[in-house]
Design a protein around this ligand. Structure first.
Ligand code: DLL
Length: 433
């Protein structure tokens, strides 16, 4: 089902006309109100009037995370604080947090996009949504919450944590849709299991998971364990929060980007050159309707590709492939580039490992060393040392064969890797400590 049939199925020409109009208005807005953008445009020798077509966007300079840091906390706001009704911030695990703001109209737009997203992921008015994304400065909790209310579904604002209580609520209230990070979802499944409750006996039909990278094999694992249909939702605080793009449950083949509100580009992360559809590179977004925190050509560091092919669901909005990594989470191990998601895919193919792992990178002498810690299933942990050795050798061999990188594989006890209530920490890079 489609929430906003007119806009979500709009023919491309009409969509592009809206994009251009909104882009020009956004550029005018930031030029008039944000000194950072005015300076950038002046340095590039352009004014908003120079952008006469969507192709002209290439003339506009990029915005980076560093730019946002330098304007911390409110320097990028394009609306007076009197008109700002909400503030969120990114977690800031990689440095200073990024602070973003919303006017009342921005909150309305966001709610609309989240209502569209939830419906694309399988939710309808009649559903009850168990929302286990964290409420707070993180955009996940409140983003889903407002979208659910806009859709007319019932939302349980349970947030992350108190996991046992969550399971009791699931059992007693019978929610039909689960929203959470994929890693917390696996933890929920594990705790339910410990409490003797099977997800198969609960009422869930769909799960809408995102906020962190997860592989196709992880999806299959979640679908099997929870007996639900799992879709991928993408977004980032700087652009709006969740609700930038989502898979439709009908196809589950790429995430539709809400192009009437966000203009995507894929660039070569080294040269900054815009790449054609189908090519993999760094995602760049320009917001088209935001008031308090418009963002121009923002380099997300997320890696994806765009697919403009029509989709079986009827939506005309371009699809992005699932995020395969971030330009800054690529590990370079003795010269070989590898993304954590690639290692995840190898691990998930084994039937004796659990979907809980951590990658530890360290330096031994002048060389990088990668250790892959992965939990083995309960029924394998008691196996003989020789068998465990064979298992870890096989994983190491597969990692070498598929990814070309040598890794030390450590099979660890079930439940020994810390569980997350939000985004999982998959990589510990001791070289940076
Ligand atoms: O994670 C917004 C969100 C909340 C999305 C709930 C989906 C669901 P931030 O905390 O600002 O915002 O983190 C944004 O998380 O640049 C990606 O690197 C990563 N990310 C988000 N969704 C996905 C996804 C929220 N589906 C950063 N797959 C982004 C892979 C994702 N990575």
């Amino acid at each position: 089902m489609i929430y906003d049939i007119e806009y979500e199925t709009m023919p491309r020409e009409a969509l592009q006309a809206i994009q251009l109009k909104r882009l020009q208005a956004t550029l005018e807005r930031v030029y008039a109100t944000v000194p950072f953008y005015r300076d950038k445009f002046e340095q590039a020798g352009i004014t908003p009037a120079d952008i006469r077509s969507l192709d002209d966007l290439g003339k506009v300079p990029f915005t980076t995370k560093q730019d946002l840091r330098e304007n911390y906390p409110f320097g990028m706001f394009a609306a007076p604080m009197d008109n700002v009704v909400r503030i969120h911030a990114s977690s800031g695990t990689t440095g200073q947090p990024t602070v973003v703001g919303y006017t009342a109209r921005d909150v309305k737009t966001w709610s609309l996009l989240m209502a569209r997203s939830l419906m694309a992921g399988g939710a309808t008015r009649g559903d009850m949504i168990h929302n286990a994304y964290g409420y707070g400065l993180f955009t996940g909790g409140l983003g889903v919450h407002y979208g659910a209310e806009r859709l007319g579904a019932s939302v349980i604002p349970v947030s992350g944590g108190n996991t046992k209580r969550q399971i009791v609520i699931m059992k007693d209230f019978g929610p039909t849709i689960l929203t959470a990070t994929p890693s917390y979802t696996l933890h929920l499944a594990e705790v339910a299991d410990e409490m003797g409750i099977s997800f198969g006996d609960l009422n869930f039909k769909y799960g809408i998971f995102g906020a962190e990278p997860w592989s196709e094999s992880m999806r299959q694992e979640i679908e099997r364990k929870l007996q639900i249909n799992a879709v991928d939702i993408y977004g980032l605080s700087e652009v709006i929060g969740p609700g930038v793009a989502i898979e439709c449950y009908e196809a589950k083949q790429g995430l539709h980007i809400f192009e009437d509100h966000f203009l995507p580009e894929i660039i070569d992360p080294q040269s900054g050159e815009v790449l054609p559809n189908g090519k993999t590179g760094e995602l760049v977004f320009t917001s088209l309707s935001k008031e308090a925190f418009p963002i121009i050509r923002y380099r997300t560091r997320d890696i994806s590709a765009l697919n403009p092919q029509p989709c079986v669901c009827g939506r005309t909005h371009v699809r992005m492939t699932r995020i395969s990594g971030r330009t800054d989470d690529m590990l370079i191990i003795r010269g070989v580039n590898v993304f954590p998601s690639q290692i995840e895919s190898v691990l998930m193919e084994m039937d004796y490992t659990e979907p809980h792992y951590q990658l530890v990178v360290d330096r031994e002498g002048s060389l990088d060393a990668l250790t892959v810690k992965v939990e083995v299933g309960e029924n394998h942990f008691s196996d003989e040392v020789k068998q465990l050795q064979e298992m870890s050798d096989t994983i190491a061999k597969n990692i070498k064969d598929y990814l070309g990188v040598s890794a030390r594989v450590k099979l660890v006890e079930p439940k020994s890797i810390p569980r997350s209530e939000g985004k999982a920490v998959r990589v510990i890079d001791k070289r940076k400590l």
